[in-house]
Design a protein. Structure first.
Length: 255
């Protein structure tokens, strides 16, 4: 099974084609004071694979319904996963089940339902960093919600300030918010923390620098992005824009 990871990165170019919709204030982040597992985010923290490893603890409570939901989930049979997760949740509310149902709903373009379920997961487990991250993903990608998505990621970082994914995602949305200096700072943190998607993070930082009139530094970052992944059209696009800003009309895209 290929390891699945949910990213916001590349949202403007890879998966942000969803229709922008008017949203209600109910999409604002929620939390409560319920007890938490302190080690929840310690292993495989932002990979769906972690949900493959929780079957034994869930089976004691939900019997075979959770296992059936899990099998459907990892077979990308989203509607069947939702069916069994509905049964699980009707037995007892469970943050992991809400997360899995939210992801499944998002996968069949039920983005309103996904937002609702991510919020329920967070309400049950306020330190659920993965849920905060994915909530911001859906809100920004599919509803063009900027400020609240930034707050979701800042909340996630308050629980885990060592995750490069969170800083990389925050930088993307801050660039859209025209908070360029903050975006540059957070992209730099993602790089220093060892992001697995350096081509994306250098692209984000290069774009923020270009929009902040730091053209020479933007060139450096965008060329680094292409060094890591040459067939990255968004970095070629930004690099071309940077040459235009510098009025270097005859420059090669990559030297």
């Amino acid at each position: 099974m290929i390891k699945k990871v949910v990213y916001i990165v590349v949202i403007l170019f890879m998966c942000s084609c969803g229709v922008k919709k008017t949203t209600s204030t109910s999409y604002n982040n929620q939390s409560n004071q319920k007890s938490l597992k302190s080690d929840y985010n310690s292993n495989d923290r932002y990979s769906l694979e972690r949900f493959r490893n929780i079957k034994s603890s869930k089976l004691r409570v939900y019997k075979d319904n959770f296992e059936k939901a899990q099998d459907a989930f990892f077979s990308d049979n989203w509607k069947l996963a939702i069916y069994y997760l509905n049964i699980v949740i009707s037995s007892r509310e469970d943050a992991d089940a809400y997360f899995m149902r939210a992801y499944s709903k998002s996968s069949i373009s039920d983005f309103d339902g996904a937002v609702s379920d991510y919020l329920k997961a967070i309400n049950l487990r306020p330190s659920f960093v993965f849920a905060h991250n994915n909530l911001a993903t859906v809100k920004y990608n599919h509803f063009n919600i900027v400020k609240s998505s930034i707050n979701d990621l800042k909340k996630a970082i308050s629980y885990d300030d060592k995750a490069p994914l969170l800083f990389a995602n925050l930088a993307i949305i801050q660039t859209a918010d025209e908070s360029y200096e903050a975006a540059i700072s957070n992209a730099t943190k993602a790089i220093n923390l060892g992001s697995e998607k350096l081509y994306d993070v250098y692209h984000t930082r290069g774009k923020a620098k270009r929009l902040n009139d730091m053209f020479d530094q933007a060139l450096t970052d965008l060329k680094l992005s292409l060094d890591y992944k040459y067939d990255n059209p968004k970095s070629h696009f930004e690099l071309g824009n940077t040459y235009l800003n510098l009025e270097k009309y005859n420059e090669p895209i990559i030297s």
